[in-house]
Design a protein around this ligand. Sequence first.
Ligand SMILES: Nc1ncnc2c1ncn2[C@@H]1O[C@H](COP(=O)(O)OP(=O)(O)OP(=O)(O)O)[C@@H](O)[C@H]1O
Ligand SMILES: [Mg+2]
Length: 236
Amino acid sequence: MAMLEVKDINVYYGAIHAIKGISLSVEEGEIVTLIGANGAGKSTTLRTISGLLKPKTGAINFLGKNIAGMPAHKIVREGISQVPEGRRIFAEMTVLENLELGAFTRNDKDEIKKDLEMVFGRFPRLKERITQLAGTLSGGEQQMLAMGRALMSRPKLLLLDEPSMGLAPLLIREIFSIIVDINKTGTTVLLVEQNANMALSIANRAYVLETGRITLSGDAKELAASEDVRKAYLGG
Ligand SMILES: Nc1ncnc2c1ncn2[C@@H]1O[C@H](COP(=O)(O)OP(=O)(O)OP(=O)(O)O)[C@@H](O)[C@H]1O
Ligand SMILES: [Mg+2]
């Protein structure tokens, strides 16, 4: 059984039918990427999995339980954590306060402390800036903070929405190598990206989304080599 199984979901914003019958699955241990143009429905799909939006129809099974329509904070408790598009860190709070908020579902103080050290191990730049207000961090540091905050809930499945957005190439490579590392240490990853080249280079499998529908899916390396995908998403 797949860790996450999204079955034929339909999602609306009022009268706008944003997701038109999407099905996808993520196996434990995988990195799966969802690629597609602006407005295709990538963020909507992630926000539905994390409970910020409710599907009108369809099921979302996570570790055998249907979580569709469950409130977002309960879904965090089930083991899914999302790093939203645009990071959404708490600008008026310090780096440490942001990370502590990521552990809101937990009350195991000693373990939380250990996980803080784990996050600082992955992101040494955050440790140097522990008392700095998050709003004054650089774009790359804010992305690291958003990822660190998500890791503080000890997710089994990490949802990442465009972690490369607005970052310089060198920093994108750094963030992607951290994603690979997080995955290697036991966290399953569902990654949404417009940077399809980078996403396909680290993913096991991929889904291509077009105006609310999945149009292609398969092995990431095979998709990266496919002419259709190259033309539409990889700059030829
Ligand atoms: N809050 C909202 N209200 C109404 N329509 C919305 C809302 N959010 C998104 N949409 C619409 O739903 C569709 C899918 O949007 P979504 O944000 O999921 O796309 P995306 O693939 O993440 O795009 P991008 O790459 O630009 O982030 C778009 O047509 C968008 O205009
Ligand atoms: Mg988006």
